[in-house]
Design a protein around this ligand. Structure first.
Ligand code: PDD
Length: 273
């Protein structure tokens, strides 16, 4: 329960988060010094903790106070808050002790966000095999397959890797993937194959409110390449257009109208709060 500088922050070498990735996390966007979609993030944090039976009772109000204090002491205008709850410290053993005291790490970082103002950009993506485990709906720090894919993307000068499982697009390494075809918007259903993104959820509501057509149905790699528009969503990327995938140019390399409209609706939704 202390705010300390980065170089004084330390963790135990037998922390289960370090040894087993036995820990869950959230990345919460901060825009104009305001916390975005706090309640959705808390809801997902509670879900991840429950699924892994980590003994931590979330106190929403005190977390909000900590987040706001971090925003103010770090003078964050645009950026993210990172929160991680680890199961705790124990002599190394796969089986955990039920009475462990979880460790909570929370910090803030400045970050440029891709909002539909001035330099709103379309990005390149690459495809990569989805090598992950079968419970991707739990937001754990067990992220090695995501890291391999993200580094493959980076090596190919791409912004994101789109993960493919048996020819089906699941999601990005740290984002949800959407396509537009004949004015219909498609994204993978929120089951155990993907993380139910908070940005995805917010956008889903905005699509409904604005009477646009959403289809929560998985789509193939071929449909991805033949889409009229492609974009991704995440807390740190907001709504980011994808204008090239592997060597295929999407929508002649331009940001599509529906993508731009959704990016604007998304940013307006919290500007008006
Ligand atoms: N990642 N899918 C995966 C695998 C993710 O890791 C993320 C978020 C998302 C989008 O979720 P949200 O809209 O709630 O950010 C989808 C965060 C940003 C990260 O790991 O940095």
């Amino acid at each position: 329960n202390k705010f300390i500088s980065f170089n004084k922050a330390k963790i135990h070498i037998e922390g289960r988060g370090l040894q087993f990735a036995d820990s869950v996390y959230e990345v919460v966007p901060v825009i104009n010094s305001k916390i975005i979609d706090f309640d959705f993030h808390i809801k997902r944090l509670k879900f991840s903790l429950k699924e892994l039976l980590i003994n931590y009772t979330v106190d929403k109000n005190s977390l909000k106070k900590i987040f706001n204090k971090l925003i103010s002491i770090n003078k964050i205008n645009n950026g993210i808050i990172y929160l991680q709850v680890t199961r705790g410290v124990q002599t190394r053993e796969h089986v955990y002790n039920n009475k462990l005291k979880p460790n909570i790490i929370i910090y803030a970082r400045h970050k440029k966000l891709n909002l539909p103002i001035k330099k709103f950009k379309g990005e390149k993506a690459v495809t990569y095999e989805d090598l992950r485990w079968k419970r991707r709906d739990i937001k754990t720090v067990n992220l090695l397959p995501n890291i391999m894919a993200a580094n493959f993307a980076s090596k190919h000068k791409a912004y994101e890797a789109i993960l493919i499982q048996k020819n089906i697009v699941t999601e990005g390494t740290s984002s949800n993937i959407w396509i537009v075809k004949n004015k219909k918007i498609f994204t993978h259903p929120s089951n155990t194959d993907i993380l139910k993104g908070v940005t995805r959820e917010t956008l889903r509501i905005l699509i409904q409110e604005n009477k646009l057509q959403l289809v929560e149905k998985s789509f193939t790699k071929k449909q991805l390449f033949n889409a009229d528009e492609v974009f991704l969503t995440s807390s740190s990327s907001c709504v980011t257009p994808i204008t090239k995938i592997d060597s295929k140019v999407i929508n002649s390399g331009k940001i599509g109208n529906i993508t731009l409209n959704l990016a604007k609706l998304y940013s307006k939704s919290f500007m008006n709060e």
